[in-house]
Design a protein around this ligand. Structure first.
Ligand code: AMP
Ligand code: MG
Length: 408
């Protein structure tokens, strides 16, 4: 019987085997969700000129303090060339729009809301007090040329992409996208579009694992279903062994037709472990051949789902150069009691929500390890330490907030 190892040890072995892929170059439009692998510095001061922060009048503050009407000279729109602007004459204001460059001698902007028409056309009366620096930004106030804006290791989200655009970085160095092949195994499986007859059932794990892999940032190839015979399984499996990771479901427990381990050995893969002290999901095989990682997930759908979340997702994130590939659990409180047989770490589907400043984790009713819909009703996993059997309501437990449920 293969040795059963602790979750932490198994995860360490998985992450050790998962080496970041070679860096890639991405265009701005395809960079979202990837990891930046270079430092980004501002190419110029932002703003690149002194600019108005309100629609109104550019003035010399001292002119307004005198309480006089000012003559309205130029009108300056955003986009005007700062070099083309004439200095304000004494007791002159320029009509100015948000984002437009200030003319020479102007040292404040008075918002249009603080202006009234003057006694004659093209004259304006401005309400004080006005201080130098009001409603304007000086060149470089936001960012100085050469300042670091983004760091290697940053995840590229919307704000980061906008930042790259603002400094003209339309190509950036990023982590690679892992290529994942997914293969379901089992004589009993039919594709989802078929009506199962006799003792058959639909392949739900394949599409689920593919969705999870895509969600974790991978490019996915579906290898469909392999039958439980050594030759067929070997052929199907070889097709997936040129990917960065091959994710299998089924065929890893103790049954007569659980051939995945045998076929992996035959294919020259190195098996790193075959049993993990986790519930659900004890029979979980992790292997590698060359640079390809192989995850033999259990056939039970809930087990497969949990094993992917706990082990495969961190591995894929590491391949993609994520600096923190593992989940970061948050302390939560169980809303109802939970019991388990001690000996393995429990990963329990819960519905987590913030309540009075605390994360409350409500266990989701489930009919067992085939009940994928119970995972759909949950949005998080509560982690139960292996040595404890009873967790009364109110117990504090680590909770993993699953990202594909964040807004449910
Ligand atoms: P196995 O690990 O192959 O013995 O499968 C364990 C259980 O999971 C059996 O009841 C299988 O029918 C079921 N199962 C295996 N693969 C799948 C799959 N791709 N989709 C849904 N159920 C599966
Ligand atoms: Mg099977």
């Amino acid at each position: 019987m293969p040795e059963m190892i602790a979750v932490e040890r198994a995860l360490a072995l998985v992450l050790e085997a998962a080496r970041p892929l070679p860096p890639a170059e991405a265009d701005l439009g395809e960079a979202e969700g990837r990891i930046l692998l270079e430092e980004i510095r501002a190419d110029r001061d932002q703003p690149a000129w002194d600019k108005a922060l309100m629609d109104g009048y550019a003035v010399a503050a001292a002119d307004v303090a005198a309480g006089q009407e000012l003559a309205v000279g130029a009108t300056i729109a955003a986009g005007a060339d700062p070099a083309s602007l004439a200095p304000l004459a004494p007791r002159e204001a320029a009509r100015i729009m948000t984002g437009a460059p200030l003319p020479p001698r102007a040292d404040a902007v008075v918002p249009v809301e603080q202006s009234r028409a003057g006694a004659a056309p093209e004259r304006v009366r401005l309400d004080g007090p006005v201080r130098p620096g009001d409603h304007l930004a000086r060149r470089g106030d936001d960012v100085r040329a050469g300042a670091t804006l983004l760091d290697a290791g940053d995840l590229l989200g919307a704000a980061e992409i906008g930042t790259l655009a603002a400094c003209g970085r339309i190509h950036v160095k990023v982590g690679g996208i892992p290529h994942v092949s997914v293969l379901a195994t089992g004589d009993e499986l039919v594709p989802p579009e078929e009506v199962p007859e006799g003792g058959r059932l639909r392949n739900s794990n394949g599409p689920m694992l593919e969705a999870l892999a895509r969600r974790a940032g991978a490019r996915v190839t579906s290898l469909g279903i392999a039958r439980d015979d050594q030759k067929g399984l070997r052929r199907a499996l070889e097709a997936g062994l040129d990917a960065d990771a091959l994710v299998l479901s089924g065929g890893v427990s103790m049954g007569l037709y659980d051939l995945v381990g045998r076929v992996l050995r035959e294919a020259g893969a190195e098996i790193l472990f075959e049993r993990v002290a986790i519930r659900p999901g004890k029979p979980f095989t992790f292997a590698r051949r060359g640079r390809t990682l192989v995850f033999g997930c259990p056939g039970n759908p809930v087990s497969s789902y949990v094993i992917f979340q706990v082990f495969v997702r961190p591995a894929l994130r590491r391949l993609a150069s994520h600096p923190r590939p593992e989940w970061t659990p948050i302390a939560g409180r169980l809303a109802a009691p939970v019991t388990q047989r001690p000996g393995r770490a429990g990963f329990v589907q819960v519905r987590a929500r913030w309540h009075g400043g605390r994360l409350e984790a409500d266990p989701v009713p489930t009919s067992g390890s085939a009940d994928l819909a119970s995972c759909a009703r949950g949005n998080a996993l509560a982690v139960l330490t292996p040595s404890v059997a009873e967790f009364p309501a109110g117990s504090e437990v680590p909770v993993i907030l699953l990202d594909d449920h964040a807004d449910r």
